[in-house]
Design a binder for this molecule. Sequence first.
Ligand code: NI
Length: 174
Amino acid sequence: MALLPILCYPDPRLHKVAKPVQAVDARVRALTEDMLATMYDANGIGLAATQVDVHERVIVIDVSEERNQPLVLINPELLWRSDDRQIGDEGCLSVPGIYDSVERAQAVRVRALDAAGNSREIEAEGLLAVCIQHEMDHLMGKVFVEYLSPLKRGRIKTKMLKQQKEQRQQAQHA
Ligand code: NI
């Protein structure tokens, strides 16, 4: 297992649209294991392959308190979403330190392949539903800050670029 570098907003690679996985083989299983390790290491509850610069439809999630219920969704398809909405604060490993409220469907049903290549249907609500919608957006090249006003998004972009510049300078002086 390896920890993978996570792309940070506003990296243009976060806006690439992911392609379907052709076969759930050893390469894809290794990718899901690396993504889970990377997500747990960063204390995240979800990670899309797009965020580690792999543009294939793969998502890992764990919204459990104990961090012991990994969920792997390969080629996820949205089958249904509720008309009921929920509004909650979201964050993203690609936009570190930024949290803002986003409106999502309260519940969703998705079909996806698991790490063994078996097709499963999952019905989710609350936080898990939010997480699935957030990660599926990543596969379409969409980051949650795109739901915010242009003014807020502009401020976030400026802040991220400043942080990234400071990190580069620190690395040079280390
Ligand atoms: Ni995210």
